[in-house]
Design a protein. Structure first.
Length: 363
């Protein structure tokens, strides 16, 4: 009888916690308006080129120019030698100072591909891209390309996934599983790790030990580059890119396990970069941004984390890294979220989710 009463008390406690959590989530959603802007086909990356137009990639190979006022969709021709294979295709896209940068799975022949980066002068009719980086070696795999882009000063940062090859991320003589840092013209910065004590590292590599990083962004506040990373079964994380350091994959498992259920390794141990925040089980972290804008002023300086599997937008208050606060802004509103962009003028938020471009604003 005592056991039954305790069971009832515990059950009521967890039910009350659950209802409280749901009420918080719903209250957030009720204060937001979601509007579908246009329909697309498996969109992956997006970038504002002005206050009214977005360039968007579709993984299957198309680049589209979207007018937010008229909802007109124009296809932009390009010359990329891409191969849509598994998770590969056209990936991230970034506009900066009249140039367009794109990451994609390049067709290297015999079924092999690489995470590559190309650059073109912006033209609304055709983008004539020229490669400025190739991840080597090319690999016959459809997994874990990454790949996001961010520019800080005249440096281009890019995330290169480990292509499902695991311990390749611990080999600095190979690009997969690393953060890349090059100059925006494709040349090599003279202060990259290779030239500062890491003589065995490839010259483009900035950090190693990454699995499948699908979020990368420059903070407009502290000017640091932050990233998100997919773990396996658990072990997603949000952290900072750190020059010459090692996030530990696949020595570390970040709290996750192999899909077979077998543990991978410890969550963290000394000698490796420690992430700011982890998710176990996995939410399938995707694109991120450090919010700055007028529409949600109370979020300024916070990290916004999108997710695929969890279909949620989460806010991290991480200024004090010893006491991280996480809030779920919404969940199951617009589907699997691939990308996030903040409008450069009004601070409203645009998402690539499912097969559509979405707008989120206050009610």
């Amino acid at each position: 009888m005592v056991v039954d009463q305790n069971f009832l008390k515990v059950s009521k406690f967890f039910i009350s916690i659950f209802l409280f959590s749901v009420s918080i989530n719903v209250s957030f959603a009720e204060n937001l308006i979601f509007k579908k802007v246009v329909d697309l086909n498996d969109p992956w990356g997006s970038t504002f080129i002005n206050n009214n137009e977005l360039l968007i990639t579709e993984k299957s190979g198309k680049i589209k120019l979207i007018n937010l006022n008229s909802k007109k969709i124009s296809e932009v021709n390009h010359n990329l030698n891409y191969l849509e294979h598994g998770q590969g295709g056209l990936l991230d896209i970034l506009f900066k100072d009249s140039f367009v940068y794109i990451s994609y799975s390049e067709n290297r022949g015999s079924g092999k591909t690489s995470t590559s980066i190309a650059k073109a002068k912006f033209d609304e009719k055709k983008l004539n891209f020229k490669n400025i980086f190739q991840s080597n070696p090319p690999i016959n795999s459809g997994y874990h390309f990454g790949s996001r882009l961010a520019i800080k000063d005249n440096f281009l940062f890019a995330s290169a996934g480990e292509r499902g090859e695991g311990m390749i991320a611990q080999d600095p003589t190979k690009h997969p599983g690393s953060i890349i840092r090059i100059n925006i013209d494709g040349s090599i910065p003279k202060d990259n790790p290779k030239f500062q004590g890491k003589s065995d590292w490839l010259p483009e590599i900035y950090q190693i030990g990454i699995r499948n990083p699908q979020g990368l962004t420059l903070s407009p506040f502290d000017k640091k580059i932050y990233m998100s990373n997919h773990g396996a079964r658990g072990g997603d994380w949000f952290g900072e890119t750190k020059k010459g350091e090692n996030y530990g994959w696949k020595i570390l498992g970040w709290g996750g396990t192999n899909y077979s259920g077998i543990p991978i390794g410890p969550k963290w141990k000394p000698g490796f970069t420690k992430a700011i925040h982890y998710w176990v089980p996995s939410i399938a972290t995707s694109a991120i941004t450090i919010y700055k804008g007028d529409e949600f002023k109370e979020w300024n300086g916070n990290a916004l984390i999108t997710s695929l599997k969890d279909k949620s937008l989460r806010k991290l208050i991480f200024k004090n890294t010893s006491s991280i606060k996480e809030e779920i802004i919404f969940k199951d509103e617009i589907g699997r979220i691939r990308d996030i962009q903040v409008h450069p003028n009004n601070g409203k938020i645009y998402f690539l989710a499912g097969d559509s471009l979405w707008l989120m604003e206050k009610n």
